[in-house]
Ligand binder design. Structure first.
Ligand SMILES: Cc1cc2nc3c(=O)[nH]c(=O)nc-3n(C[C@H](O)[C@H](O)[C@H](O)COP(=O)(O)O)c2cc1C
Length: 179
């Protein structure tokens, strides 16, 4: 199965992106996970629908061809980062071609604090409920994220790797159940 990962941070050294890469590394062969970039998407404006920008067309096609969408994001001001909200807006329009409609989804948030982005996680779920996405019923919060990496700064510590593997297993089973 093909999983599109949407990362809610554009930073080169984004911890959420590092976590996304760990998900890709730890995924079983049956799950092909790919980060679909969202930083180049024009800000949503329905005036552009007459002749949609190539960035929107490519993005919508990639989401359409995926079996599930994995949101991995920081929380910004107790909510969803603007770049991720824009990507969701682009994916859902025009309504008859909403590429998120009824797709399986998983929502993970990571934060440097112990509160672990719970409010941001809920805000992402709020933004995808209109699209009737089948959200994995699992709370995926990764708190104190800066302390979860090994000395190489890329590989997660064993306990967190175990957590990620459990999430992948549950997401795979969830997608199979939904479809
Ligand atoms: C505009 C902005 C708002 C932020 N708001 C929150 C917040 O509400 N809660 C939180 O835990 N961290 C917040 N942070 C801190 C981010 O969690 C932190 O910058 C984190 O490293 C971002 O994830 P990244 O490493 O993937 O870029 C905010 C950061 C920025 C830039």
């Amino acid at each position: 199965m093909k999983i599109a990962i949407l990362v809610g941070s554009l930073r080169k050294n984004s911890v959420n992106r590092k976590i996304a890469k760990e998900f890709i590394r730890l995924a079983p062969n049956s799950m092909q996970m790919e980060i679909v970039e969202i930083g180049n998407l024009n800000l949503y404006n329905s005036d552009l629908e007459e002749n949609p920008p190539q960035s929107w067309k490519t993005f919508r096609e990639k989401i359409k061809n995926s079996d599930g969408v994995f949101f991995i994001s920081p929380e910004y001001n107790r909510s969803i980062p603007g770049v991720l909200k824009n990507a969701i807006d682009v994916a859902t329009r025009p309504p008859k071609n909403n590429v998120l409609m009824k797709k399986p989804a998983a929502v993970a948030t990571a934060s440097g604090s112990g509160i672990s982005g719970i409010a941001g996680n809920m805000a992402i779920k709020q933004a995808i409920i209109f699209s009737k996405m089948n959200v994995l019923p699992m709370e995926i919060y990764i708190g104190n994220m800066n302390s979860l990496f090994k000395e190489d700064g890329k590989t997660l510590i064993e306990d967190t790797q175990k957590f990620l593997k459990q999430i992948l297993k549950e997401f795979e089973e969830w997608i199979e159940k939904i479809s």
